[in-house]
Design a protein around this ligand. Structure first.
Ligand code: GLY
Ligand code: MN
Length: 499
């Protein structure tokens, strides 16, 4: 970390009320060209690296952390490990995520690419990170012009790359076309993050030559391998993310009887997640009332939930780079119809049986196969499937039982669902049934969508349900909804809910 005392000589600041207040202009024309300035207009004596640091945001980061909860040492060991996994004399190129525009000058909220964040710790756009045995981490950093700094604020530059992100080397992005070809020339193999690949390096003669010689491969096979098993500090962030999502969904469930409207429930869960410290939602919440719940990734969230209908909410939030993902389905009116209860019980039993299967050595695919058997049998018994082997099953549930979860919702996608699970992996278990209105079944079953999704951490001895605090048993849901709606004088027995 560059201290104020180390850098102040480079600035032409002005003193206001006895404090040095640095104007943007003084930073822009500072002889210190990398733009790692002191916080714009701030009276605090810390360097602004374009994202929270332990000095600027002591409420978020402890000393020695590059991002909340993840230390500099952990970032350095990730870089070392990636180099160990890659073949000898490899060069890895990882670009940050692109900024997507809503209109001409208005960007969508920026979300960093998970691989770039995992390796560098930078949550800012515009950088390209290069990793090799020979150079260590080399970061090409954006060169903001004065206009960008005035309109968008300070961003990390070369100095921040070296001093804050602890890169071994750093250069302005404008020099990449000169420096990177030499680095590529010295490497035997090239890896890059295909998801965020940029013309600025792919169009370099050296990169194109390597590509023609079949020396360029996707890096994500290696990064996903590393991200698949979470470290203790990552698990702490995952637990917090899950806890925030559970608390927020519980509050939303309590409100649903008074405001059974998809848009309001979506607003409520997002508000509650952010009030509890989440930076953003992990994905647009699915809030499907009635038949909308049978649309698996329903996103319109603009309809009323009618009396007697279920609402399905699939939500998750992002807590300092780590995501949660859970689903509950309930009747906002406080009571299940018999058809809803029959189907709900089947999905709940499948959820609980599949959670129990989670342990090292078992794969998502094996759990999936078990869930399909259980659902086929149950749906046949209920009379919705004509026979257990019927192809119509896929119309009622085309989804997998779950996926890996971490810095992305469908995390470590390069790792097959056939891979035996290991301690430190987090997966979701999300059985569901989605009966289209047009499906050939008794009327009372049509248009019902139910999913019950939990996050499960694989431990040495089995599993831990990270979303276990969110009720899913029918009596618990009923008690909560009816308690939320009852008068102060008629308080029902909630002991079962909190036991
Ligand atoms: N909850 C989002 C998904 O699993 O696809
Ligand atoms: Mn999911």
């Amino acid at each position: 970390m560059v201290k104020y005392s180390d850098v102040q000589f480079g600035y032409h600041g002005t003193f206001i009320d006895g404090e040095r207040k640095l104007s943007v202009v003084s930073q822009v024309f500072s002889p210190w060209h990398d733009f790692t300035g002191l916080a714009t207009y701030a009276t605090e004596r810390y360097v602004d690296v374009g994202q929270p640091t332990s000095l600027s945001h002591p409420q978020l980061l402890a000393e020695g952390e590059i991002t909340p909860g993840i230390t500099c040492d952990e970032y350095i060991s990730r870089r070392k490990r990636l180099l160990e996994l890659l073949p000898e004399k490899s060069l890895a190129i990882i670009a940050s995520a692109p900024v997507k525009m809503m209109t001409d000058v208005v960007p969508y909220p920026f979300r960093q690419d998970a691989d770039y964040l995992y390796i560098t710790g930078s949550s800012q756009p515009g950088g390209v990170a290069v990793l090799s045995e020979e150079c260590g981490l080399c970061m090409f950093m954006p060169d903001p012009d004065p206009h960008d700094v005035v309109w968008q604020g300070q961003v990390a530059g070369v100095e921040a790359a070296l001093d804050f992100f602890k890169a071994e080397k750093a250069f302005p992005l404008s020099k990449m076309h000169k420096i990177l070809p030499e680095m590529i020339g010295r490497a035997s193999r090239l890896f890059h993050n295909i998801k965020t690949a940029l013309p600025s390096y792919m169009e370099l003669e050296a990169f194109r030559g390597a590509s023609l010689n079949n020396k360029v491969k996707d890096l994500s096979r290696y990064t996903h391998e590393m991200r698949w098993i979470k470290s203790p500090s990552e698990l702490k962030l995952m637990r917090e993310s899950a806890s925030i999502a559970c608390q927020s969904l519980l509050q939303t469930m309590l409100l649903s009887r008074t405001f059974p409207e998809e848009s309001k429930l979506s607003a409520k869960v997002e508000y509650d997640c952010k009030m509890r410290g989440a930076q953003r939602m992990a994905f647009n919440p699915v809030v499907g009332g009635g038949a909308n719940g049978s649309v698996i990734h329903y996103s319109r969230n603009d309809q009323k939930v009618r009396a007697g209908e279920l609402v399905l909410m699939d939500v998750g939030c992002e807590f300092h780079g780590y995501l949660s993902d859970l689903t509950r389905t309930w009747p906002p009116c406080g009571s299940f119809s018999s058809a809803q209860e029959i189907l709900y019980s089947l999905i709940l039993e499948t959820n609980k049986e599949c959670v129990k299967l989670c342990k090292p050595g078992v794969s998502i695919q094996q759990i999936h196969n078990y869930s399909v058997q259980m659902l086929r049998r149950g749906l046949k018994e209920i009379g919705i499937l004509k026979d257990e082997t019927s192809y119509s099953y896929h119309e009622l549930n085309p989804t997998s039982i779950g996926h890996y979860l971490g810095m992305d919702v469908h995390d470590s996608a390069m790792i097959s669902n056939d891979r035996p699970l290991q301690p430190g992996v987090v997966i979701t278990i999300e059985p569901g049934v989605y009966i289209p209105i047009s499906y050939d079944a008794k009327d009372r079953f049509r248009g019902i969508g139910i999913r019950i999704e939990d996050e499960v951490l694989i431990t040495e001895t089995g599993y831990e349900v990270l979303t276990g605090s969110m009720p899913k048993e029918i009596p618990h849901i009923k008690s909560l909804l009816n308690f939320a709606h009852s008068t102060a004088t008629e308080v029902p027995d909630l002991s079962a809910v909190f036991s």
